[in-house]
Design a protein around this ligand. Structure first.
Ligand code: UDP
Ligand code: MG
Length: 315
């Protein structure tokens, strides 16, 4: 519909916060007189989230709720939501109110008035988090920028895109998605707005350290093949080093200087061994990625949808 903003919200085990969060978004958008449609995606929650979402969708005409068949992760939930967008633009935001709805209005106006295709919300401060999380995050963004040239420092999944961009991103064929990177890679006229991350209203973060680590590796390997070239580079360096050592050993042998050479051998074994392991590990990560991609499995499975008047269809 003309100028309708679709708001995609991935939701996982958030029963404590869902009602107040949606109420807030709805009242902010109503106040700003923005035509909208909510797409609430339940990412396989184990609590009462789906019951709440289907109830909201059954009483609100402007809401669609989707239920994924299991927990596919936030990335897949976002893509499931984008799949249901058919307005003029779409925004993605969290449901824990860490992405303030007021900023959404500012983003919408920039799209509407200034013709930007993508409006990214960038964290002006990262909110309350541990020192270690901050170091992790900064290291991740640094490596990603170094290897892929994409600067995502302080970026978030909170962004508004024109429907044209949504269509392009949706059609990108990879199974293992990195929404932030993909929506940056496409280009288009874009701008940024700043926002402050506030603390979660209720519940806890759904990202364990392990999940974050996997996410970091997966996004870096999705956007750069430099680590693979690094393996070759290290190989070349070791070859030069090895040749030098060979020349030196031969020289010593022929000039009759006896050396035990034990330390060198042990060191070389250790270094070459670990570098080989590292190289194999990196190659393994890419092969795993290729394996996942060639399987061509769907990114997500929607098992239920809920619409106005309680039209619940089983798929
Ligand atoms: N989320 C999701 N699937 C998951 C993990 C999280 O849909 O497997 C949703 C979650 O409900 C929330 C958003 O993604 O709306 C951001 O999650 P969270 O607040 O836990 O992340 P953080 O803000 O700590 O980065
Ligand atoms: Mg959060």
């Amino acid at each position: 519909m003309y100028k309708t903003l679709y708001v995609v919200i991935p939701i996982y085990n958030e029963e404590a916060i869902i009602d107040s969060s949606i109420q807030r978004i709805v009242s902010v958008l109503n106040e700003a007189d923005i035509p909208f449609h909510l797409v609430l995606v339940d990412d396989g929650s184990k609590d009462g989230t789906w019951e709440q979402l289907s109830k909201i969708a059954s009483i609100r005409e402007d809401t669609t709720a989707l239920r994924l068949s299991r927990n596919f992760g936030k990335e897949s939930a976002i893509f499931a939501g984008l799949g249901a967008c058919e307005g003029a633009c779409a925004a993605v935001m969290d449901c824990d109110m860490q992405h303030p709805a007021e900023i959404l209005v500012e983003m919408y106006r920039l799209w509407e008035k200034c013709g930007y295709y993508i409006v990214e919300a960038v964290k002006s401060s990262r909110g309350k988090e541990s020192f270690l999380s901050r170091v992790y995050a900064n290291l991740f963004y640094y490596i990603l920028r170094l290897l892929s040239g994409i600067d995502l420092k302080n970026s978030s999944d909170f962004r508004l895109m024109d429907q044209k961009v949504v269509d392009v991103v949706r059609l990108m064929p990879e199974r293992q998605t990195f929404f932030r990177g993909m929506s940056s890679w496409v280009g288009y006229k874009r701008t940024r707005v700043l926002f402050d991350v506030v603390s979660r209203e209720a519940g806890t973060t759904k990202w364990s350290k392990l999940k974050l680590c996997k996410f970091a590796f997966s996004s870096i390997t999705s956007f750069s093949s430099i680590p693979l070239q690094l393996v070759t580079l290290i190989g070349i360096i070791f070859l030069i080093f090895g040749l030098g050592l060979a020349v030196q050993t031969l020289y010593m042998k022929f000039s009759g200087i006896a050396t035990t050479g034990f330390t060198t051998v042990i060191l070389l074994l250790l270094i070459v061994g670990s570098v080989l392991m590292l190289g194999l590990g990196i190659i393994g990560m890419y092969i795993a990625k290729i394996y996942e991609e060639v399987k061509q499995r769907p990114r997500y499975i929607v098992c239920e949808t809920a619409n106005y008047e309680g039209n619940k269809e089983k798929i």
